[in-house]
Design a protein around this ligand. Structure first.
Ligand code: PLP
Length: 217
């Protein structure tokens, strides 16, 4: 699908949900995609991208930033504490805060650096043991702790279980955000971004629908 088609589908979903058109930001998930393809999307004027791995992002994005202004890079993969500084230096948003140790590290580095990317807290809405994220029952307390550390908490992020109806998870994420006064909702991927828009997503993370399937490198 072309970038334009995805944008049209997002806009149609926004209109259908009675939301203002353009209220959902499209993150083009460029992990593992060849630079040539990423460059094509940049040349079409798109600026918001998502990467899973800090190391891969550090190889790719500084060079693109020299060529293109206004790049808005989101880290959307699990983050080791020892990569926190590199992630904060590279990205405008980090979507995978999921433990207090990492929150404290962000807070300390933010003091030192005088800046901090937007932070999203990942919630493991399906309570899957193999998946990152705070458990739904722990989310309220964790959000309060992160806010108390003065982190710029912009919202919540989730990756629903592959074999479950995503709308239940999107609704749950929306409820947790609302009762904690958070506006940002990062949810929805290639297979379910329209459902996510219907449930109030402010960010959708779309990879394969834009770039084609990922060829592992
Ligand atoms: C890879 C990835 C995506 C994009 O997935 P697609 O199904 O290719 O759209 C979105 N979110 C996260 C966290 C990812 O790791």
């Amino acid at each position: 699908m072309s970038l334009q088609e995805i944008i049209k589908r997002i806009e149609a979903a926004e209109a259908k949900a009675g939301r203002s058109v353009g209220s959902t930001k499209l993150i083009a998930v460029s992990k593992v995609q060849p630079n040539k393809l990423v460059q094509t999307i940049l040349e079409q004027g798109h600026r918001t991208f998502g990467e899973n791995r800090v190391q891969e992002a550090a190889v790719k994005w500084p060079a693109f930033r020299e060529q293109f202004d206004g790049i808005d890079l989101h880290i959307i993969g699990p983050l080791q504490t020892n990569k926190a500084r590199a992630a904060m230096e590279l990205a405008q948003a980090i979507q995978t805060l999921d433990r207090i140790k990492l929150a404290r590290t962000f807070a300390r580095l933010a003091q030192e650096m005088g800046a901090c990317p937007d932070i999203y807290i990942q919630v493991n809405t399906g309570a899957e043991p193999q998946k990152a994220g705070v458990l739904p029952d722990d989310a309220d307390a964790f959000i309060k702790e992160a806010v108390a550390l003065d982190l710029p908490v912009a919202g919540l992020m989730c990756i629903p279980p592959a074999d479950e109806e995503p709308s239940l998870h999107f609704a749950l994420l929306g409820e947790i955000a609302a009762r904690n006064g958070l506006n940002g909702l990062s949810m929805g991927m290639s297979g379910d971004f329209e459902t996510a828009v219907a449930h109030g997503a402010t960010l959708v993370r779309v990879g394969s629908a834009i770039f084609g399937s990922r060829v592992p490198n």
